[in-house]
Design a protein around this ligand. Structure first.
Ligand code: BGC
Length: 757
């Protein structure tokens, strides 16, 4: 399509009408110019294509498709290649079905374990979320189909999601909530971005020029289409001007007419409509010009991939030597989810799975001695006594009890948040009752978000499957019987209890405002800073083999913030089974004037190792890895000083640390005057040097006398100096300073900070 030519020939009315959907899933065709309609479909962990014409509510049944593990699970793979593979499979399905864009990935940060959509999101950590999203997008788009990264921005709860204002400071936005999108937008260049429903600091995401245009396009270079979440538009004309190109679904022409009127009465420039229409035309052309009309997809092959993927995702949380299971044991398989697993969440991401493989299906005919008991009714919270008794009896008769537990569908879903972090009471009771008769208990969990585990220290094994997709049973069978080696790691912290979570006092907010008062201290950034015990830490996951870390190196001990640092470590598989280790690099700042997390994940990789094999893994860290977002600079900033670079197998299992000193090229834009304190100068050698004459002016104070004095301890001298304003040298110094001399010093400091007068 010659986009410029088509655009020129389109009337204002046609251009406006292109900027909103015809129905739930299509843009409108522009018949006069032969522009076809363009179809989008939910996802993100499979194709939820609804074929009913003119469905304006999205309620019709979707086609039979393949449900891959949800993002809560794929995130625990920590495996970029896996995400790309899944992306490619879904991209191919889209090609075959004529879908131009899949509505995912969803990268919102897991601020609270209660968020109803956490199962669709990746992590509490922005680096992990954006890296995995990027890998998925690349996979989808390699098939000439668009991905749609969503929900931009700060949609971290379901409660009043269409109206709530997320109140967040700029530093927190840049370090945590924007960062989850930033890496993926810059690196994978998604064709589209979906704005969220909520408001950010009072302004609707759908009309927030600062984020839709200044940050997304001007700073990050995004050049695709921004579409609204479904029904997220409040003021269409303001939204269009702010950078929202496409409204989904349409409003039967109501908002299109408002756009036309706004142009006619001079409220809106026609160039703004042209810009949006042009982007939408380019999107359509991108798909149409590479459309593989003969593309086919193979449901069985994708089903197989879904099972293999889940094998990489499941996290072995605890193993007192009970796993893998012994093939010769009699095993009581307890719990409904062993037969009818919970493998996906509810809402717009729900896939019409063409088939489902359970653990019982996967182990059928393999010669195992399994006694199945349903154990609980997942439609109820209370215990069904008859089911419980049968389960306890099965456990008594067996060598091991394998309990398939988890959250029922109505416990977590799009549209509402959880009220608590517990499993249904009937399932906790079941585990407790089985423990009374059987010491060998393994719990296999199906949930999209952390749960409390009051029995964790008494069961011998815990497997977190998350929501593992339609072939979850295959993965469970392979992992539990040791045909596959677990390699998933937690992409979020499992706190001991809900009230430990940093957002606890400010979730989900009230009066349509939610205050992100914990700032950057989200997830492990908070638990580590508070030194809280957690049930299972971020990055944790066990294996059936053992990995040894050695030879940890950093390329330099002293660098400038403009340099990069190479970090490497040798990982050896010293056990007897092949496996995959997730190597995690954290950076911990030394002295800091601003409150900073104890450590932050700055690089990771997943490495396959045969038994006995050693590999060297290398990472490059750049400025961003050491920085925080400085609001005065409006940029990321690395204060000069010492940093610890750490390598670990989890955020609480750090194996080696190396100190690196960094000298920053820039200084924060802080203005100095006579009232600036001594401590304002400390930390950076260039500023500290300016203070020397002032400090010399205190030399008349006899240190020996001070030491002798009982009233003034050396600690007190040091403590008083820090917060002392510079101007105090006029009275407490040796009389050599005056206002003019002080001004010369503060002028120099301001110059160093890039402020001229
Ligand atoms: C969800 C989006 C989804 C859209 C279309 C919205 O309610 O928030 O994630 O893509 O519906 O179904």
């Amino acid at each position: 399509m010659d986009v410029n030519k088509v655009l020129k020939k389109m009337t204002l009315e046609e251009k406006a009408s292109l900027c909103s959907g015809r129905d739930f899933w299509h843009t409108k065709a522009v018949r006069s110019q032969n522009v076809p309609e363009f179809e989008v479909s939910d996802g993100p962990h499979g194709l939820r294509r609804q074929t009913l014409e003119d469905d304006h509510f999205g309620g019709s049944e979707s086609i039979k498709a393949v449900c891959f593990p949800a993002a809560c699970a794929t995130a625990s793979s920590f495996d970029r290649n896996l995400l790309t593979k899944i992306g490619k499979a879904i991209g191919n399905e889209c090609q075959a079905e004529g879908v131009g864009t899949i509505l995912g990935p969803a990268v919102n940060i897991k601020r609270s374990p209660l968020c109803g959509r956490n199962f669709e999101y990746f992590s509490e950590d922005p680096l992990l979320a954006s890296e995995l999203a990027s890998a998925f997008i690349k996979g989808v788009q390699s098939k000439n189909v668009g991905a749609c990264i969503k929900h931009f921005l700060a949609n971290n709860q379901e409660h009043r999601r269409l109206s709530v204002s997320a109140e967040i400071d700029e530093r927190t936005l840049h370090e945590i909530y924007l960062a989850a999108f930033e890496g993926a937008v810059k690196d994978a260049k998604p064709w589209t971005v979906m704005c969220s429903y909520n408001r950010i600091n009072g302004t609707h995401a759908s009309q927030n020029k600062k984020y839709l245009t200044s940050v997304l396009r001007d700073e990050w270079g995004f050049d695709g289409v921004v579409m609204s979440d479904w029904g997220a538009v409040s003021d269409r004309v303001t939204g269009l001007d702010a950078g929202l190109d496409l409204e989904m679904p349409g409003t039967y022409g109501i908002n299109d007419r408002l756009i036309v009127e706004a142009v006619k009465n001079g409220q809106l420039s026609e160039a703004v409509v042209d810009r949006a229409a042009e982007r939408i035309l380019r999107l359509i052309d991108r798909f149409e010009s590479h459309r593989s009309k003969n593309a086919k997809w193979d449901k069985e092959a994708d089903h197989e991939l879904a099972g293999k993927a889940e094998e990489e995702c499941a996290v072995l949380l605890k193993n007192d030597g009970i796993l893998p299971l012994d093939k010769n044991d009699t095993i009581a398989v307890i719990g409904k989810y062993a037969k009818t697993p919970r493998f996906q969440g509810g809402g717009s991401s729900h896939i019409n799975a063409f088939k489902v493989t359970s653990f019982m299906d996967a182990s059928h005919g393999k010669g195992h001695d399994l006694i199945y008991a349903q154990g609980y009714d997942d439609q109820k919270d209370e215990t069904d006594r008859a089911l419980l008794t049968k389960a306890v009896n099965a456990a008594k008769k067996s060598d091991v009890a394998l309990i398939f537990a988890g959250l029922p569908d109505n416990f977590e879903s799009e549209g509402y948040d959880r009220k608590h972090m517990r499993l249904p009471d009937c399932q906790n009771t079941l585990i407790e009752e089985v423990l009374k008769v059987q010491p060998n208990v393994v719990v296999v969990l199906h949930n999209g978000s952390p749960v409390e585990m009051p029995w964790a220290d008494r069961v011998k094994g815990i497997f977190e499957m998350y929501l593992g997709g339609q072939n979850i049973g295959l993965a469970q069978y392979e992992l539990l019987f040791g045909k596959a080696n677990p390699s998933g790691r937690l992409p979020e912290t499992f706190p001991m209890k809900l009230s430990d979570n940093p957002s606890y006092l400010n979730f989900p907010g009230h009066d349509d405002r939610v205050n992100y008062a914990e700032g950057v201290f989200v997830g492990y950034r908070y638990y580590d800073a508070k030194e809280y015990d957690v049930l299972f830490p971020f990055g944790h996951g066990l294996s059936y083999t053992t990995y040894k870390y050695s030879n940890f190196k950093v390329s330099k001990r002293k660098i400038k913030d403009t340099d990069t640092l190479e970090v490497s470590v040798d990982i050896s598989n010293v056990g007897r089974m092949a496996g995959k280790e997730v190597v995690q690099i954290y950076v911990s700042p030394g002295r800091s004037d601003v409150p900073r997390p104890v450590r932050e994940l700055r690089a990771f990789d997943k490495i396959a190792l045969r038994a006995g094999e050693t590999k060297t893994v290398s990472f490059i860290l750049d400025k961003r890895a050491f920085s925080y977002y400085d609001e005065s600079l409006g940029d990321f900033y690395v204060p000069s000083g010492d940093y610890d670079v750490e390598v670990g197998a989890s955020s609480r299992d750090i194996r080696f640390t190396k100190k690196v000193n960094i000298e920053s090229a820039k200084l924060p834009r802080r203005r100095f005057d006579e009232n600036s304190t001594f401590s304002d100068f400390m930390g950076d050698p260039r500023l500290e040097a300016l203070l020397k004459p002032v400090i010399d002016s205190f030399n008349h104070v006899n240190e020996k006398d001070l030491k002798k004095s009982e009233a003034i301890s050396p600690e007190m001298v040091e403590a008083t100096f820090g917060p002392t304003p510079l101007r105090n040298v006029l009275g407490f110094g040796d009389g050599t300073f005056d206002h003019e001399k002080l001004k010369q010093i503060t002028d120099k400091a301001n110059k160093l900070c890039g402020l001229s007068d």
